[in-house]
Design a protein around this ligand. Structure first.
Ligand code: OXD
Ligand code: MN
Length: 580
């Protein structure tokens, strides 16, 4: 196979000349091709077949123990002007980065297969979708891209029609962290990644394309590429709401996207459109519409159990690639929070010994086609996307942030998003549990200066006819003895219910300096196991703590200097003044 697109042909030739693969394989995206990749990886030991009776077509991949998460300190945005990347990114001059990467890529595919993977982020026939081509020497990446994106012949046909595509070059290299780099050249619509086989660093359609490069493209073209789940909520009256929610990595986006209503909320329905990324465009009527550019999930496995996320638990019973989970004695995958079975072999292939830490890596993952989920919404394939009613920000905050509050305006919502902070998790290399600012949950993913990004968000106020209401939630608030105040999971629908009622102007609210909060009687907590006074504690706004928070937000925003939009500062001043 080859292509009529000369740019693509020339690029593949140039990469092959540099990296010297033994053979080239153009992916067509067929099921037969996927089975071939799986068979090849079983032979090479890159995949281990799991118990095929209880987990049909499921496989385990063990990554190198030094290569288990995104590496933010090795991720760069290489723009000609350093300020374009901003203090929120690591920057390297494009000429220097190209030189470094050319040296690293030289001869790196010797003896290996070079896979050419054409893919489309979003429904093939949507005007909101964008295409890319990933070149990789990893069969694991090719198989994962088949599950995660619309990959193969149909994507190539669109590329041949349109001409434009994002180029992504990846090689696992020698997996030495000293020779590991994830480089983005937004001005060239180019990604280069070497030295890691881990999903977020290697499946270039996901974080690298659909967030870092797409956010840059989106600013130029007038749309938004966001780290958001996308979910449809239907109330008992049959009214439907579409919500985009941005939470930092491993804060429960997959769980919320696949939520199962509690028994006491008969008639409510939740359908999943996406669990990680949303692209938001204004349509001809000035309404914000969203698509999920992905077609599969790369979800965190630990904690996925029948009580926490039954949908995901059932979804990953077949046709799933597991990465870095443990094994039971009879070859089933095992992870902390699974709820049954016992680990025999840990994620590194050693006999399990609790002294070595968790049996499954805390950032172990499942890769699965989204269509396999029982809550899958067919609207995920609708080229028009869905009209967004609400945008929800959230973070993992032990204290301070109430269970839910609503921004007073779009501008206030942008400030709310800019101030998102969360305790770090295992999704990225580094210390876990430290609170850091993660604006719009995009700190690791915005491909340009946050100052310009907030300006771009603010610009929607003038361009849109009707903007979604903006909210902030915090499922993770704790009491003084460190116990979670809110049960979370399915019960989060009670908070979502309030959000939908606010969107439909059906319920009032308590106005505070930080936004509108529910009266505690407006959250339906019948049948919820809450300690006495918990709801009041969850909805408390402590003015002293908030004054300190706003001071810390100001210090953070000042890092962006002249690029910080004046409207954001004005809004900040307003909140501070109201706090007294
Ligand atoms: C992810 C992440 O893998 O955000 O989705 O780290
Ligand atoms: Mn994510």
């Amino acid at each position: 196979m080859t292509t009529s697109n000369a740019d693509l042909r020339d690029w593949v030739d140039a990469v092959a000349a540099l990296t010297k693969p033994a053979r080239i394989h153009w992916c067509d995206g067929s099921d037969a091709e996927y089975q071939g990749l799986v068979a090849e990886m079983q032979k090479s030991g890159d995949l281990i077949a799991l118990n095929q009776k209880t987990y049909p077509n499921c496989y385990l991949h063990r990554s190198n123990p030094s290569d288990v998460a995104r590496v933010e300190h090795l991720t760069f945005v290489c723009t000609n002007d350093r300020d374009a990347a901003g203090p929120n990114n690591n920057w390297m001059a494009p000429t220097q980065a190209h030189q470094k990467m050319d040296e690293l890529f030289a001869g790196t595919m010797q003896g290996r297969t070079l896979y050419v993977i054409p893919y489309c982020m979003g429904p093939i026939d949507s005007p909101y979708s964008r295409c890319g081509v990933e070149i990789t020497d990893s069969a694991y990446v090719a198989a994962n891209m088949k599950l995660m994106t619309r990959m193969g012949s149909a994507a190539l046909a669109r590329i041949e029609r349109e001409g434009k595509f994002v180029r992504g070059l990846h090689s696992t290299g020698d997996l030495n962290p000293d020779r590991r780099f994830i480089m983005h050249f937004p001005e060239e619509l180019l990604i280069q990644s070497i030295g890691s086989g881990y999903g977020g660093n290697a499946l270039l359609g996901k974080k690298c394309h659909a967030l870092r490069i797409a956010s840059w493209q989106a600013r130029q073209e007038g749309w938004l590429a966001e780290h958001m789940l996308l979910v449809e909520i239907e109330n008992p009256a049959g009214e439907r709401f579409y919500i985009g929610a941005a939470f930092p990595s491993a804060c429960g986006k997959t769980n919320l996207a696949m939520l199962i209503p509690p028994e006491s909320m008969a008639g409510w329905k939740v359908r999943t459109l996406g669990d990680d990324i949303a692209w938001l465009h204004l349509d001809d009527e000035g309404q914000l519409r969203a698509i999920n550019p992905e077609a599969g999930y790369f979800g965190v496995v630990p904690g996925t159990g029948p009580a926490t996320n039954r949908n995901a638990y059932d979804m990953i019973r077949h046709d799933t690639i597991f990465t870095n989970v443990a094994l039971t004695a009879d070859g089933e995958p095992w992870w902390e929070g699974k709820g049954d079975g016992q680990p025999a072999i840990d994620w590194q292939g050693r006999p399990h010994d609790a002294k070595n830490g968790p049996a499954a890596h805390p950032n172990s993952r499942f890769t699965v086609s989204a269509r396999q989920g029982s809550s899958y919404s067919p609207l995920a394939d609708d080229p028009r996307g869905v009209p967004i009613s609400a945008i929800v920000f959230g973070g993992r905050r032990r204290e301070l942030a109430p269970l839910v509050y609503q921004a007073k305006s779009w501008r206030h919502g942008v400030l709310m998003g800019a101030g998102v902070a969360s305790e770090t998790t295992a999704a990225a290399t580094g210390t876990v549990g430290v609170t850091r600012r993660d604006p719009m949950a995009m700190k690791p993913f915005c491909g340009y200066n946050f100052g310009d990004y907030w300006n771009h968000w603010l610009s929607f106020e003038k361009r849109a006819k009707k903007l979604p209401a903006v909210f902030h939630v915090n499922w993770f608030r704790q009491d003084d003895s460190g116990h979670f105040l809110w049960p979370g999971f399915g019960d989060n629908l009670r908070v979502i219910q309030w959000i939908t009622e606010r969107c439909a102007a059906k319920v009032g609210a308590r106005e505070t300096p930080i936004g509108f909060l529910p009266h505690s009687t407006d959250i339906d907590s019948r049948g919820v196991d809450l300690k006495p006074g918990a709801l009041d504690a969850l909805l408390k706004v402590d003015a002293g703590q908030w004054r300190a928070e706003m001071a810390s937000v100001a210090t953070y925003l000042q890092e962006f200097g002249e690029r910080l939009p004046a409207e954001l500062l004005d809004e900040h001043r307003r909140v501070v003044k109201d706090l007294g």
